[in-house]
Design a protein around this ligand. Structure first.
Ligand SMILES: [Zn+2]
Length: 412
C-alpha cells in the first residue's frame, strides 16, 4: 500500500483511523536468523498502531507482503507449554459437556497446530477436523490421529467443506484471528461453516489487558488486530453472529478473553458485564490508547536504564523466551549483545538461531545453570510462574529474574 492512500479499518472499512503509537521500524518478529544469514541485511517494516473510532478495533497500519509472513512462523508447537495444554483440556471437556457432543458431532479447529486441543475430543470419540497450514505441525497432528487440512482458513475453504457435507457444531479459533489478513473473509467463513445451533469460540489476548499490562511487546507485524468485546461484537454482527458469552483467563498469554459466538442471539450475563467494564475503562475511545503510548515510552526508558545500570555494575544478563514478543521487545527497546549475552528457549527448533534485528544467540534452557548469569530478563513474562518453577535451581543459586512490563523490576 502506498503511503498516500488512507488506511481503511480491517473490520468496518472506516477511513479515519487514528494512529496512537509508533514502535519504529522492526524486522518481522518471527523471522529468526540462521548463522549463514547473520551477514545479510534484514528487511524492516514500520510498526504503527491505530484505533478505529467507528468499530473500536485496534490494528497495525500498513501491510507486510503476505509471502513474507508465516515463512519462519512454523517453529511454535503448542504442546511445548504445560499451562496451555491444561487450559485446552478444560476448554474441550467443558464444550463436550455443555453442548452434549458425541459421535455425530463435528469439531473444527482453525490453526490446530500439533493437535494439542483436538486430541481431547478424539479421546471422547468425537469427530474432529484440524486446519493447519504449517507442515511440521500438521504432520505431528496427523501422527497423533487428528485429520488435518493443510490450508489457511477463509470463506473459500468453508464453502468447500459445506459443499462436501461438513458443517461444524463447534468451531474453535485460538490465537489466530489477529493473524488473519482478511478478517471479514475469516469470520464469514466461520459463520458459513457453523450449524444453526453451533458455537464458535475465539480466544485472543484482549486489548484492555494489553494496555493494562503495558504489553507493547505483543504488538508485531504478524498481529494485525487487537480485539476487545466491543470490536468483536461489531465484527460478529456484520456476519450474522451474536456475541453470546465472554470468559476471561487473566493468566493465559498475558490476559486472554474467550468470545463465544452463535447464530442465535442469546447473550449470557458475562457479555454485558464485560462490555460495560470496557466502556467504563475507555476501551472505545482514543484517549485510552494515547495514554497507553505514554506508558510504553516510560517502560522502554526504564528498562534500558535498569539493564544498563546492572551492566555498569559488572553483572551478566541473559534472557528467556525467543518468541515473537521477545523479539519485539528487544528490538523496540534496543537490547543487543552489549546488554544481554544470550536468550534461552525450550523449543529445540529455535536453538542455534539468532533473534531478528539484535542477533542475540538462542541457546537451550540448560545454559542458565551452565553459565549462571546474574540476571535473566523474562521476555516470556506471560509464563513467569511456569518458568520460575522450572528454573527454581537457577534462583536457588542466586540468579534473579527481571520482568520487563508493566514496570521493569528485579523479582525477589
Ligand atoms: Zn472499524
Amino acid at each position: 500500500m502506498a503511503d498516500t492512500e488512507p488506511a481503511l479499518c480491517r473490520s468496518c472499512g472506516h477511513d479515519g483511523l487514528q494512529t496512537f503509537l509508533s514502535l519504529g521500524k522492526t524486522p518481522l518478529a518471527d523471522a529468526l536468523v540462521t548463522e549463514e544469514q547473520l551477514t545479510e541485511e534484514e528487511a524492516v517494516f514500520p510498526l504503527d498502531v491505530a484505533f478505529c473510532p467507528e468499530c473500536a478495533l485496534v490494528q497495525i497500519l500498513g501491510d507486510v507482503p503476505p509471502e513474507m509472513l508465516f515463512v519462519d512462523n512454523y517453529l511454535y508447537f503448542s504442546s511445548f507449554s504445560d499451562h496451555l495444554l491444561a487450559h485446552s483440556r478444560d476448554h474441550a471437556l467443558g464444550l463436550i459437556e455443555r453442548l452434549d457432543l458425541g459421535p455425530d458431532s463435528l469439531v473444527v479447529e482453525i490453526a490446530s497446530n500439533d493437535g494439542y486441543l483436538l486430541r481431547n475430543f478424539v479421546e471422547h470419540g468425537i469427530p474432529v477436523l484440524g486446519i493447519e497450514p504449517a507442515p511440521d505441525q500438521a504432520d505431528a497432528a496427523e501422527t497423533a490421529g487428528i485429520p488435518t487440512r493443510r490450508e489457511f482458513f477463509g470463506i473459500e475453504l468453508a464453502r468447500e467443506l459445506v459443499e462436501s457435507g461438513q458443517k461444524a457444531d463447534v468451531i474453535i479459533a485460538n490465537n489466530v484471528m489477529a493473524h488473519v489478513p482478511d478478517l471479514n473473509g475469516f469470520v464469514a467463513g466461520m459463520a458459513h461453516l457453523l450449524e444453526d445451533d453451533g458455537v464458535i469460540t475465539v480466544e485472543n489476548p484482549s486489548v484492555d489487558e494489553l494496555v493494562e499490562r503495558c504489553a507493547f511487546d505483543t504488538i508485531y507485524h504478524e498481529h494485525h488486530c487487537y480485539f476487545s468485546c466491543l470490536s468483536v461484537s461489531a465484527l460478529a454482527a456484520r456476519h450474522g453472529l451474536s456475541l453470546n458469552r465472554v470468559d476471561s483467563f487473566p493468566d493465559l498469554h498475558g490476559g486472554t478473553l474467550r468470545w463465544s459466538l452463535g447464530k442465535k442471539h442469546e447473550p449470557h450475563v458475562s457479555v454485558a458485564r464485560h462490555v460495560d467494564a470496557e466502556t467504563e475503562a475507555g476501551v472505545g475511545g482514543y484517549a485510552y490508547y494515547e495514554h497507553f503510548a505514554d506508558e510504553v515510552n516510560r517502560v522502554e526508558r526504564d528498562l534500558r536504564a535498569l539493564l544498563e545500570g546492572l551492566k555498569a555494575d559488572g553483572a551478566t544478563i541473559a534472557a528467556y523466551g525467543a518468541a515473537a514478543k521477545g523479539a519485539t521487545l528487544v528490538n523496540v527497546v534496543g537490547i543487543g549483545t552489549d546488554l544481554v549475552d544470550f536468550v534461552v528457549d525450550r523449543n529445540t527448533h529455535k536453538q542455534g538461531r539468532y533473534m531478528p534485528g539484535t542477533h542475540l544467540p538462542i541457546r537451550p534452557v540448560e545454559a542458565l545453570l551452565e553459565e549462571q548469569p546474574d540476571y535473566v530478563l523474562l521476555l516470556a513474562w506471560n509464563f513467569a510462574e511456569e518458568i520460575r518453577n522450572q528454573q527454581a535451581e537457577y534462583e536457588r543459586r542466586g540468579g534473579r529474574f527481571i520482568v520487563p512490563v508493566p514496570t521493569p523490576e528485579v523479582l525477589s
